[in-house]
Design a protein around this ligand. Sequence first.
Ligand SMILES: [Zn+2]
Length: 299
Amino acid sequence: MTRLLLLLSLLAPALAHAEIDIFACEPEWAALAEEIGGDLVDAYAATTAFQDPHYIQARPSLIAKVRQADLVICSGAQLEIGWLPALLQKANNPGVMPGSDGYLEASSLVMRLDATGNVDRAQGDIHPLGNPHIQTNPHNVLAVARALAARLSKIDSVNSNTYTKNLELFITEWTAAIERWETQAAPLRGKRIITHHKSWVYLERWLGLEEAANLEAIPGLPPTATHLSRLLERFADGGADVIIRSPYQDARPAEWLADRTGLPAIVLPLTVGGTDAATNLYTWFDDIIKRLLEATGDA
Ligand SMILES: [Zn+2]
C-alpha cells in the first residue's frame, strides 16, 4: 500500500504535465477554455473581475505563467497593450507569440464595433482598433469557442476528438441559453443606459439597448467634474433609464449622478466572478440580465 502511494506520488507530477497550459488574459476566456478543454487543460486567468484589464502590471509571476503556456488567449484589439507585449517578450516562449498556433486573439474572430482608425492613443481613446470588450455578446463567445476548439485540436491533436465533442456539447447548451436570455431580456429593448466606460457596446447591440452617454468623456480617462455636470443637465429630467458600472470602476461618478438625477445606479459583472452570482459563463449572463431587469423595473 505504502509502495503504491509512493508510486502514485511519483507519477502525479508527470501526469499533471500532460495537461495543456492555457494563459487567459481575462476570466471569461479561462472559463471558456475549461468548457472546451475540460480535464485536458489547466486554464489560468491573468486578471480577475475586480481588476481593470486595460491596466495590469507585468509581474514576474505572470511572465512565468506565459513561459510555461501552450496557448495564450486574450481579447486583444489593444485591450492588453499596456502589459501583454511585455509579458510575451520577457517570457520568450516562441510557441505562444502572435502569429503562432499558441496565440489566439478573441476580438479578431468577431466584427469589432466602434473602430476609429485613430492610432494616436495620446488623444485618449484607448480603443482605436475597435471596442475590445466583445465578451458581452454571447454570440461572440460562441465564435471564440469554435476557434478555441480548433486551436486545441491543432496543438494537442491526440485529443482532438474530445475537444470536438466538448465543443458540440457547449454549442448545444450555449445556444439554448442564448434563446432563454433573449426571451428574458425582451423588455430591455430600447432602454437607455449610461455606462461608466464603453464596456457594453456588444451587449447593447445584442439586446437592443441604447447607449445614452458614458461617464468617461473620453474612453479610458476618468470621468471629469465638467463632464458629469453636463450629464446632470442632460439627464436631470429623464432621457435615461439606468447608470451602469463594472466592479473595478470607481463608484463615485455613478453615485454622484444617481443621487442628483434619481436614476438607479447598478454594478454589472463585466466577466465571470464579477458578482457573487456570476460563478460561470452561464450564471454570469443570467446575472447581467437579472440586474438590468430589476433596475429598469421589468423584473
Ligand atoms: Zn475599454
